[in-house]
Design a protein around this ligand. Structure first.
Ligand code: CUA
Length: 336
């Protein structure tokens, strides 16, 4: 009976450990690193966690020893040397070592590689404008709520905001950096393996802060370059029959569809995400939902009033006419 009970507790403990370990992995986890910067930060995190856990265990052990060991059976330590050793020398050594190690990690992860890729990301309430300046013989283009990067090459992100303070964070690739109006911050990240990683705005920026995300896709260089070339020319389907409905409903007033080679933040187009190549994006509403016909339809019915209440756009205008919805869905899904 006791043995069965023991086995049961062991299985339970193993289950907890497995669940905790599984909770560390995933497409939005700072301790499931997919690049050298994230790797250094995750290692630093584990060292701090391990050290803190060991010291906590030691201190708690001493507390319990003091509480429960009868006074006559306690080991008698010389008070002053013990106080100096455990209270002064030990923390000084530990904290100095951590400071040196942490500072080294901090310096290493901000170093700029040779010939990095440059990408500008601007935060808006509550979406992301992503601009790829012309480089490596490839033309400039602007997109929104999607980001791709080549595996094995450092990307220098120039980070801005068009309105309030947001924060740019792709946990699997590294640390975060604030997006501050009127200021350009820089963060250098690299993906060491292909994958899809969820990014999340990490600074409270209003009602839809939690739904300000996007999927960053790391892919091999050839795929990345092919994607760039595709994005830098007008979408197929721009002049499809649904275009008339798109114009009639006033969508063109805020959303650019043609590829634009400049950053949108200064222009009137910057009011809303460009919809160029919209069908190739993983999500609708900047991370509000995966892009499916149903989610797109749900978004269009009230311009996100249900899915992302408070975001800009005509949320008071309901489109319940099936033919109009069909035409808009077909038009947007044709923008490839
Ligand atoms: Cu943008 Cu929080």
């Amino acid at each position: 009976m006791a043995r069965g009970h023991n086995r049961g507790s062991r299985a339970f403990a193993a289950g907890i450990v497995a669940a905790l370990a599984a909770a560390c992995a995933g497409p939005q986890s700072a301790i499931d690193p997919a690049g050298p910067v994230a790797e250094s930060v995750a290692t630093l995190w584990w060292v701090l966690f391990g050290g803190a856990a060991a010291i906590l265990a030691l201190v708690m052990g001493l507390v319990f020893y003091a509480m429960f060991r009868p006074p006559e059976r306690r080991v008698k330590l010389p008070h002053v040397p013990f106080l100096i050793g455990a209270g002064l020398v030990f923390p000084t050594v530990v904290l100095t070592a951590l400071l040196v190690y942490g500072t080294g990690v901090g310096r290493a992860i901000i170093a700029e590689a040779e010939a990095p890729l440059r990408v500008q990301v601007t935060g808006h309430q509550w979406w992301w404008e992503v601009h790829y300046p012309a480089q490596d013989g490839l033309p400039a283009f602007t997109t929104a709520n999607e980001l791709r990067l080549p595996v094995g090459r450092q990307v220098v992100f120039e980070i801005r905001s068009a309105d309030v303070v947001h924060s740019f964070w792709i946990p699997n690739l590294g640390g975060k950096v604030d997006m501050i109006p009127g200021r350009t911050n820089v963060i250098r990240l690299e993906a060491s393996r292909p994958g899809r990683f969820r990014a999340q705005c990490s600074e409270f920026c209003g009602a839809q802060h939690a739904r300000m995300g996007f999927i960053a896709i790391a892919e091999e260089d050839a795929d990345f370059t092919a994607w760039w070339r595709g994005r830098a020319v007008d979408s197929a389907g721009v002049d499809a029959p649904g275009r008339a409905v798109f114009e009639r409903e006033g969508c063109v007033g805020c959303h650019a569809v043609a590829v634009t080679s400049r950053s949108l933040e200064a222009g009137p187009d910057g009011r809303a995400p460009t919809l160029s190549h919209f069908a190739g994006r993983p999500t609708v509403g900047a991370g509000a939902a995966p892009l499916f016909e149903q989610s797109l339809r749900a978004w269009l019915m009230d311009h996100g009033a249900t899915m992302k209440p408070g975001s800009l756009g005509p949320q008071d205008r309901v489109i319940d006419d099936e033919a109009t919805l069909d035409a808009l869905v077909a038009y947007l899904e044709g923008l490839r």
